[in-house]
Write a protein that binds this ligand. Structure first.
Ligand code: ADP
Length: 507
């Protein structure tokens, strides 16, 4: 029988390292932190049972150093490594190296990581498994002629994407024929710089789409379930900003279909662990596989809250060789959860990162609020890493209650010393289109002026509750659009004045 994990090295930093260590503590598992020069005073170092210095501040010299991390795991007696997200989490070589060193990698096999990590291979694998993929190529673009011929077949607009892509890099949208060759060159060179691999492929561009993803869990015994969807369409430059579950546009029928495809996708690569199948969804709820993230996602807490499952605990149980303790029929969505990513950034200055020293922080508390963070008063956010400060997650019995609660929590959240995205997020929560669930991946760009303007609050919580009630009791957004006169929800309409008169512009 396999030896149970007693000590986990967390090969990461920031909020996700702390979040993983919390589950370890609840499970009676010791945690080991690794840290770079810039992270000597970081919360994950303080929280862990043991901490080891692994190198200079740049991640290439610390958090990406496989040898060093494995050496520390051995030295500390850790029997497993949790990679978190980013850094080495989707590195097949690292997963393999852990195995060779006799250390359990808390994540999928090198085969699953490399198959899904290469987007062209992933597309081919999904087609073979019968999962719908975005129309486009299943081969890398080898010549200009091939690109022109394919785009003619697929039809403009298209996207050129890097096979090794991630973080929105190596991606180009082409709407006009004249842009094809320059975009191809640009995507290839960006892919080469970012990933050391210039393989690109072509995909049909889905206009005004939704990004909807399914969380899956699979054990080493062939059992796999999905934990329903997350709506991640509030994006800036293809990066998620706000996530919610359930999706406001989802129907039970489509949810069941997409969930089944997500499980089939995982099974196609003998997946084990936690993973996410991302889909792009059009206005008519046609859905297409986009990619699989073979790791824990930033936005996993909203699923945890609505489904009632600790995903990190499940990852560790799976790594221990345990059989999943539930089947699909046991899993239900209860209520509604929303996550806002709080960044140290200057939203009025092109979202420039704004790392620095936290002078004062007052974190939101109260019913239905979860705060996954890592900064504290006097802490200096390093310049070397992603400037995300924390994730604010709220739960409500209804979508309306969740939005009202997020607004209340953002109102309570005070940080001085660095500029943050809190105000920007408050405006998203006050936007009529967000409140009625009428948004797609273009929401931020289409509303940027209003989201940045120092405007007064548009909706009060009674308006939100009312609008949300409409949504909840209607099968489809279309029906709602017919029932609620959109004109009354627009800027300058009567409800705005009513909100002001009621004196509750701010919660
Ligand atoms: P990455 O791995 O670089 O994050 P993804 O393939 O996950 O790239 O896509 C990121 C985002 O880009 C999606 O959430 C969506 O907003 C947009 N996108 C990607 N592919 C398409 C497409 N074919 N049509 C429309 N939008 C797309």
């Amino acid at each position: 029988m396999q030896k149970m994990i007693k000590k986990v090295l967390v090969a990461n930093r920031g909020e996700i390292a702390v979040r993983i260590m919390r589950s370890c503590r609840e499970m009676g598992i010791q945690s080991v932190a690794v840290f770079s020069e810039a992270d000597r005073t970081s919360m994950h170092v303080r929280y862990a049972d043991e901490a080891y210095y692994i190198g200079p501040s740049p991640s290439a010299e610390s958090y990406l150093k496989m040898d060093k991390i494995i050496e520390v795991a051995k030295l500390s007696g850790a029997d497993a490594i949790h990679p978190g997200y980013g850094f080495l989490s989707e590195n097949a070589k690292f997963s393999a190296r852990c195995g060779e060193a006799g250390i359990i990698f808390i994540g999928p096999s090198p085969f699953a990581i490399s198959t899904m990590g290469d987007k062209i291979t992933a597309r081919k694998t999904m087609i073979a498994a019968g999962v719908p993929v975005v129309p486009g190529t299943t081969e890398k673009v080898t010549s200009d002629e091939f690109a022109l011929k394919t785009i003619k077949e697929v039809g403009l607009p298209v996207m050129i994407k890097a096979s090794a892509g991630g973080g929105g890099k190596g991606m180009r949208l082409i709407r006009e024929e004249k842009d094809i060759l320059p975009a191809l060159r640009g995507a290839k060179s960006e892919a080469m710089t970012a990933f050391g691999d210039d393989a690109v492929y072509i995909e049909k561009y889905i206009d005004s789409p939704h990004h909807i993803e399914f969380q899956i869990l699979a054990d080493k015994h062939g059992n796999a379930v999905h934990l329903f969807e997350r709506e991640c369409s509030v994006q800036r430059r293809h990066q998620k900003v706000v996530e919610e579950t359930p999706s406001p546009i989802m129907t039970p029928k489509v949810r069941a279909e997409m969930g089944a495809y997500a499980v089939a996708a995982a099974k196609a690569v003998n997946y084990d662990g936690a993973g996410t199948i991302e889909f792009i969804v059009d206005d008519n709820l046609n859905y297409y596989f986009l990619e699989m993230n073979t790791r824990l996602q930033v936005e996993h807490p909203i699923t945890e809250r609505v489904v009632g499952v600790d995903i990190v605990k499940e990852q560790i149980n799976i790594a221990n060789g345990k059989v999943l303790s539930f089947v699909q029929e046991n899993l239900k969505q209860s209520g509604h959860a929303i996550e806002c990513r709080i960044y140290a950034e200057d939203t009025d200055n092109n979202f420039m990162p704004n790392p620095g020293t936290i002078k004062h922080i007052q974190e939101p508390l109260g019913l239905g609020v979860r705060h996954d963070g890592y900064v504290y008063e006097g802490y200096t956010i390093p310049i070397y890493y992603d400037p995300m400060i924390s994730k604010l997650i709220v739960w409500g019995q209804t979508r309306g209650e969740a939005i009202a609660r997020m607004r209340r929590a953002l109102y309570e959240y005070k940080i001085t010393g660095v500029k943050t995205s809190i105000k920007f997020l408050e405006r998203i929560m006050e936007s009529p289109d967000f409140c009625i669930g009428n948004y797609n991946t273009h929401f931020i760009e289409n509303n940027l002026e209003r989201l940045l303007a120092d405007s007064e609050c548009d909706l009060n919580c009674e308006d939100i509750a009312l609008i949300s009630a409409f949504i909840e009791y209607s099968d489809k957004l279309d029906k709602v659009k017919q029932t609620v006169s959109m004109a009354t929800l627009r800027h300058g309409a009567d409800w705005k004045a009513r909100g002001r008169r009621s004196g509750v512009n701010r919660l």
